[in-house]
Design a protein around this ligand. Structure first.
Ligand SMILES: Cc1ncc(COP(=O)(O)OP(=O)(O)O)c(N)n1
Ligand SMILES: Cc1ncsc1CCOP(=O)(O)O
Ligand SMILES: [Mg+2]
Length: 221
């Protein structure tokens, strides 16, 4: 399901959003994992790696961009807004401790996608003070405790996430501890989609994992 976009933008399908982890992809590698996950139904891909140098990150990003060419699946860059153009990515995702969203939007220009992480309704209200055109979506989490992001904020759970989506003017994608068994518990909470790292990157068959998540999410209602 596509959700309303910023005025003048094509609808953005956030339904199953893959965030990559280079270590979890292992010997298979990030590009092959992305290719399989997209074949299984992933609708957005975010390149996330805190350890690579900028040069290595750009090289990997370009490989992923090649894999995504012609699929219609957008490529989002985690944190490193300054590398979006070099990679030829479609946008960036920033957190509360990254480049401020308004500065990220200035750097990206009006046409690229921008997502912001929030963990509380108050962080949504603070973001609302921005021009609504600054953001395309919110990443809301964590839903459940997860080893993938050490030091994460307090988990929101299905009831907590509904308190965030109800005050958000932007489409929201849930993240953190989501797998096939838990995804149905997030339906009917006002979310546009679910974002996962380990449920796809650490899977032995990322295509099947993506397809199962897509089925478990359905249309989110
Ligand atoms: C879709 C999505 N939502 C949330 C995050 C987390 O971003 P952030 O809080 O900046 O943490 P890092 O990912 O940078 O560790 C995300 N990356 N994607
Ligand atoms: C990047 C991020 N932000 C909040 S939780 C998280 C990690 C989610 O990883 P997983 O899907 O493996 O729990
Ligand atoms: Mg970040």
């Amino acid at each position: 399901m596509s959700t309303p976009a910023r005025p003048g933008r094509a609808p953005l399908d956030l339904s199953v959003y893959l965030v990559t982890d280079t270590g979890m992809c292992g010997a298979r590698g990030v590009p092959a994992t992305v290719e399989a996950a997209v074949a299984g139904g992933v609708s957005v891909v975010q390149l996330r790696d805190h350890d690579l140098t900028d040069e290595e990150f750009v090289a990997l990003g370009r490989q992923v961009r090649e894999v995504l060419a012609g699929t219609g699946v957008p490529l989002i860059v985690d944190d490193r807004v300054h590398l979006v153009e070099q990679i030829g990515a479609d946008g960036a995702h920033v957190g509360q401790r990254d480049v401020p969203a308004a500065d990220a939007r200035s750097a990206l220009g009006p046409d690229r996608l921008l997502g912001l992480s929030v963990s509380t309704p108050q962080q949504v209200r603070t973001a609302i003070d921005l021009d609504p055109g600054v953001l395309d979506y919110l990443g809301v989490g964590p839903m459940w405790a997860t080893a993938t992001k050490p030091g994460h904020a307090d988990p929101l759970g299905p009831d907590g996430v509904a308190e965030v989506t109800v005050v958000s003017p932007w489409p929201c994608v849930a993240i953190g501890g989501i797998d096939v068994a838990r995804a149905p518990r997030l339906r009917g909470r006002g979310l546009a989609g679910i974002a996962v790292v380990s449920a796809i990157c650490a899977a032995s068959d990322p295509c099947a994992a993506a397809a199962e998540l897509r089925r478990a999410w359905g249309d989110g209602s």
